[in-house]
Design a protein around this ligand. Structure first.
Ligand code: NAD
Ligand code: LMR
Length: 338
């Protein structure tokens, strides 16, 4: 029997062979922050994804244990662990998709922007590694404050000369997941049958659910609109308070991140009609970054879809969202360029 390292190589070759022939593809995915509250369940879900042939787990702590544990799952992906800055380059080399949930989470009383001072530097360092080792990769940014960390990533890539706005995506899927759940509850529908576009950004009033565009088409009372908008905008805080100091959403976030990563991989594979909301470089408003529906494809974001008709309530929400977003974007850009 071949030793493990040889078996790994066989599996890797199998994955890339398949991809080259356009048959069952095998993509190489890295999770940065893989030992964390999101990172662990997200890594587990990516190990279960049949589109993944190689899974790299990187963190500054505990990756040997997480990797040993996840590698025993009898699914196709080969798992490798990488520990600490000295192994970042090996973790990144050859990847197709990099998912970043590295960084500290909120405690009660904090805003996402309160995480900026620590997480901005973490995201910058990781993106410098990406620019060097896998400049053509698709990047999914989860680390908060997403409204600023995505602009930071963009600036790092611009400086390195590797920036492609189509391949940098802020993960706002949890807002859509929550919106679908809460709207499903109000309408008495299975949440899997509900689709609520959530646009803007990923913090407080910048999270703008478009309840006038819910699919299947439906109508709400003004009380329902006010309840749903507030619950969707404060979903993260609801979890932070319930966890009472033990962190923020991890399990629902891992689910949302795995769902979004799967959509990115299906896009890379060439599947048609993959549409998700994401915080990306955008011309939908006058702001340089904005979350809206995007069509994903082989090159990442292939089309940014228009916002569609907004009602008066949503137009007012959009103005509020834009004010806060502009500040968060400016803060990220200034940090990356100082
Ligand atoms: P956590 O503290 O449980 O895990 C974070 C992990 O990041 C830890 O394992 C830590 O060791 C690791 N880490 C720290 N510095 C690192 C570095 N330089 N390189 C690699 N890894 C590093 O936190 P969590 O609950 O998993 O949350 C992670 C981040 O995701 C937070 O910023 C949180 O606010 C954010 N988040 C975003 C969303 C979203 O919708 N986008 C949802 C939930 C949480
Ligand atoms: C969320 O929406 O759950 C995350 O952004 C984490 C947080 O701090 O709320």
């Amino acid at each position: 029997r071949p030793p493990t390292s040889q078996m790994e190589e066989v599996a890797i070759l199998k994955g890339s062979d398949c991809r080259a022939k356009g048959a069952a593809p095998g993509f190489k995915v890295a999770v940065l922050g893989a030992s964390g509250g999101i990172g662990q369940p997200l890594s587990l879900l990516m190990k279960m994804n049949p589109l993944v042939s190689v899974l790299h787990l990187y963190d500054v702590v505990n990756t040997p244990g997480v990797t040993a544990d996840i590698s025993h799952m009898n699914t196709g992906a080969v798992v490798r662990g990488f520990l600490g800055q000295s192994q970042l380059e090996s973790a990144l080399t050859g990847m197709d998709l990099v998912i970043i949930p590295a960084g500290i989470p909120r405690k009660p009383g904090m805003t996402r922007d309160d995480l900026f001072n620590i997480n901005a530097g973490i995201v910058r360092t990781l993106c410098e590694g990406i620019a060097k080792c896998c400049p053509n990769v698709i990047v999914n940014v989860i680390s908060n404050p997403v409204n600023s960390t995505v602009p930071i990533a963009a600036e790092v890539f611009k400086k390195a000369g590797t920036y492609d706005p189509k391949r940098l995506l802020g993960v706002t899927t949890l807002d859509v997941v929550r919106a679908n759940t809460f709207v499903g509850e109000v309408l008495g529908l299975d949440p899997r049958d509900v689709n609520v576009p959530v646009v803007g950004g990923h913090a407080g009033v910048t999270i703008l659910p478009l309840l006038s565009q819910v699919n299947p088409p439906c109508s709400f009372t003004s009380e329902e609109i006010s309840y749903l908008t507030s619950r969707i905008q404060n979903g993260g805080t609801e979890v932070v308070e319930a966890k009472a100091g033990a962190g923020s959403a991890t399990l629902s976030m891992a689910y949302a991140a795995a769902k979004f990563a799967d959509a990115c991989l299906r896009g890379l594979r060439g599947d048609a009609g993959i549409v998700e909301c994401s915080y990306i470089a955008s011309q939908v408003t006058e702001l340089p970054f904005f979350a809206s529906k995007v069509r994903l494809g082989r090159s990442g974001v292939e089309e940014v879809l228009p916002l569609g008709p907004l009602n008066e309530f949503e137009r007012a929400g959009l103005e509020k969202a834009k004010g806060e977003l502009a500040e968060s974007i400016h803060k990220g850009v200034a940090f990356a360029n100082k």
